[in-house]
Design a protein around this ligand. Structure first.
Ligand SMILES: Cc1cc2nc3c(=O)[nH]c(=O)nc-3n(C[C@H](O)[C@H](O)[C@H](O)COP(=O)(O)OP(=O)(O)OC[C@H]3O[C@@H](n4cnc5c(N)ncnc54)[C@H](O)[C@@H]3O)c2cc1C
Length: 423
């Protein structure tokens, strides 16, 4: 039986983090191989941003750090070392310009994720990086100062190894969580993983018939006994729950049985709203409450009136007949209505699974990885990049930027490892 093929660097996973790490590690006559289980690289990259690839976001690195939950600090050296501007220049230098959408999202000017992937794979080809596709890595073992990688159809050996296997989201793209197993076998701790950037299901959901309605910049509060998070963002009613960037970004913190409170009217306007309703009852007592609520825009962010279908539903939820005359509104009813307008409680039955989650929360514990190099603090020569790390970003290009920045940081350190090993 032939022995393992020898390389200077093995990278497991041909997603953006693995490809970028390979491209930027290459020097002189080094032998680098990427092993990929799918029949071609970058399956997830191709579907990113609905196939348009929201590659990064506008803003300076300091702004970026707030978009990775509790892990912005870990990413700081990576994001400072290879910024959104550097990423844009990398592609521009290779003939792919970038455009910015309102809100700061950045896309290739062709709006094709395929063009981003083509540049990465062409670059690998030109530099002589070997990409072995349709080879799922099944085992990684450390013997002496080397790594032995076993696949169906081949085995490999190298002194340096990068795990770039992604997380668990969209497993059909190839990322089914193998990287956690490999890192675990090599001695790393894996923090609890779960779906992130995902819609949520709501118990006894009251807005099925209003699916498709969306609200911008809404305050969303998350309760588990007490309030644990507050967030502002756009939300979307779905058939069985909530979605939209505000919910997707918050989803990394959400668990079944949590309570989400939606503020259609800002909570700090509660008193003003009460005074307004009392005044309306005095002046327009004969008018139906529903028609009076149509002039609620004064209280609603951005002055956009609440859709009549929503006010009707909110009245029903509050146990108030929608044709009730405003003068008939009792104090109890008014309080219930104001409670629901300023903080409608909805109980989460679950977050959607990995099939719909764009990202994975949890992963390889960042405390065991050197943030300045992405090298394991436990195993010399082992690097961890991209989604396999316990790092997940908000929607808007933050995850791809993290994949590229961690890939680049690892590559810089790998290059000095090459010098050390050959010197
Ligand atoms: C639907 C969707 C849309 C998204 N849109 C955006 C967006 O617009 N902007 C943004 O910033 N982020 C987006 N993301 C997130 C982004 O795609 C990921 O953060 C990014 O792809 C992570 O890169 P990665 O290289 O770490 O992992 P991946 O892209 O997951 O790549 C990992 C690779 O490793 C391979 N692999 C895994 N296990 C093995 C094994 N045992 N053997 C061999 N190979 C293996 C996989 O097949 C895969 O090719 C989106 C995600 C999804 C699911």
């Amino acid at each position: 039986m032939p022995g393992p093929e020898d390389y200077d660097l093995i990278i497991v996973g041909a997603g953006p983090s693995g490809l970028f790490c390979a491209i930027n590690s290459m020097q002189n006559d080094k032998k680098i191989v990427i092993i990929e289980r799918k029949n071609s690289p970058g399956h997830k990259l191709l579907i990113s941003g609905f196939g348009r690839c929201n590659i990064t976001h506008d803003g300076d690195t300091q702004d970026f750090l707030d978009h990775y939950g509790n892990h912005g600090r870990f990413l700081r050296p990576a994001l400072l070392g290879f910024t959104n501007r550097d990423l844009i220049s990398f592609f521009k230098d290779r003939g792919l310009g970038m455009v910015q959408e309102r809100g700061g999202k950045i896309f290739p000017d062709t709006m094709q994720a395929r063009d981003v992937l083509d540049i990465l794979t062409l670059q690998c080809q030109e530099l002589g990086v070997v990409i072995k596709c349709s080879q799922a890595v099944t085992s990684i073992t450390r013997r002496g100062d080397g790594f032995f990688v076993g696949c169906v159809g081949g085995s490999y050996h190298s002194k340096l190894l990068a795990i770039a296997t992604g997380g668990c989201s969209y497993p059909a793209t190839g990322s089914s969580g193998d990287g956690y197993r490999f890192a675990g076998i090599l001695g790393h701790s894996i923090s609890e993983i779960g779906p992130a950037l995902t819609p949520i299901f709501i118990k006894e959901y009251p807005f099925s018939e209003l699916a498709g309605l969306s609200f911008s910049d809404m305050k969303i509060s998350l309760y588990r006994h007490a309030k644990i998070k507050e967030y502002r963002g756009d939300i979307l009613f779905t058939h069985d729950g909530l979605s939209g960037p505000g919910i997707l970004d918050l989803s990394r913190y959400i668990r079944a049985e949590d309570v989400i409170k939606l503020s259609f009217v800002p909570e700090d306007r509660r008193e003003a709203l009460e005074e307004w309703l009392v005044e309306r009852a005095r002046r327009n007592g004969g008018r139906s409450l529903r028609s009076v609520l149509a002039s609620l825009p004064n209280f609603v962010p951005a002055g956009v009136p609440l859709p009549p279908r929503l006010t009707k539903r909110l009245l029903e939820i509050s146990g108030i007949a929608s044709d009730l005359q405003t003068a008939q509104l009792t104090r109890k009813m008014r309080n219930r209505l104001i409670d629901n307008l300023t903080g409608l409680p909805l109980v989460v039955s679950d977050v959607c699974g990995f099939d719909l989650a764009m990202c994975t929360r949890g992963g390889v514990e960042t405390a065991e990885v050197d943030p300045k190099t992405m090298q394991s603090r436990l195993v010399k020569g082992l690097y961890l990049v991209g989604d396999v790390l316990d790092v997940d970003g908000d929607t808007g290009g933050y995850n791809l930027q993290a994949a590229f920045s961690t890939g680049m940081l690892a590559a810089r350190s790998i290059k000095s490892d090459f010098d050390r090993i050959s010197g």
